[in-house]
Design a binder for this molecule. Structure first.
Ligand SMILES: [Fe+2]
Length: 260
């Protein structure tokens, strides 16, 4: 998508973008206004597409927008704020049930000197592919304790309690499929059940299939971004230099993209 006004898309542009979302759960966009700050674009587009209730986190500013960039200090504990690769996941898989992330926006203000490719797969496609292989696999991932994220503790202080939950669920408000997933193997406990283990392995294989026609790979350039219903995604490693330090604005929302 290209938006004539990077902050306030026209009704026609919004309708066109949401038509894409109906099919794929995400769209990529490009803006060309060099003078508009990236934060304003991220905030404007998030609101324009109905991502209004933003999830605050310690790395976000007062209005819930985060600068995803290589940081120092405490933030370095979290992979998004490093230059390391991020494995397949959906956002907020560690969040409490009442703070599930249903949509997010990423807006690239500055790309890295090298690397940082994004990869995206519609989570509904992942669901369909698994179900076609064996309905028992998706059934196993609907189990309310299919995937558990252990508590987050620093020096004995608990920052987040243990989070058991399903991988797949149906969002009660919209009736849409919701996915909670990470391909991380450390700090994740899969339910001790053969179907759950088989499903997790099958999911990993289909996401890592280099020939998959369903994986979109795109390196976000300055002015580009993605808006989605919390689809599966990951990021390649990158390298900054003095002139090109990667900066991506992120808005995570409890809302799904609103249709016009
Ligand atoms: Fe993410």
């Amino acid at each position: 998508m290209r938006f004539s006004d990077p902050i306030t898309p026209s009704a026609t542009e919004r309708a066109e973008a949401t038509e894409i979302v109906r099919c794929t759960n995400f769209f990529l966009y490009r803006t060309t206004a060099k003078t508009v700050p990236g934060r304003d674009i991220a905030q404007g587009l998030a609101r324009a597409f109905g991502l209004c209730r933003l999830d605050s986190n310690p790395m976000a500013d007062d209005e819930g927008l985060s600068q995803v960039t290589v940081r120092t200090g405490e933030a370095k504990r979290y992979i998004p704020y490093t230059d390391r690769p991020i494995q397949w996941h959906t956002d907020g898989y560690y969040n409490a049930p009442d703070r599930q992330i249903r949509g997010f926006l990423l807006h690239c203000e500055q790309d890295a000197a090298e690397g940082g490719e994004s990869r995206i797969m519609d989570h509904e496609i992942a669901y369909i592919l698994l179900r076609e292989r064996d309905p028992a696999l998706v059934a196993a991932l609907f189990h309310p304790e299919a995937m558990t994220v252990p508590a987050n503790e620093i020096d004995g202080a608990e920052l987040r309690s243990v989070r058991p939950g399903p991988v797949f669920s149906v969002d009660p408000a919209s009736g849409a499929l919701h996915m909670r997933y990470t391909a991380r193997t450390r700090s994740i406990v899969w339910r001790d059940d053969p179907d759950v283990r088989a499903a997790a392995q099958a999911l990993e294989r289909l996401l890592d299939d280099p020939a998959s026609p369903y994986v979109v790979r795109h390196r976000l350039e300055p002015g580009e971004g993605v808006v989605c219903n919390n689809v599966l995604h990951g990021r390649g490693a990158f390298r900054d230099d003095a002139a090109r330090k990667r900066l991506v604005w992120r808005a995570r929302s409890y809302d799904r993209i609103a249709f016009t």
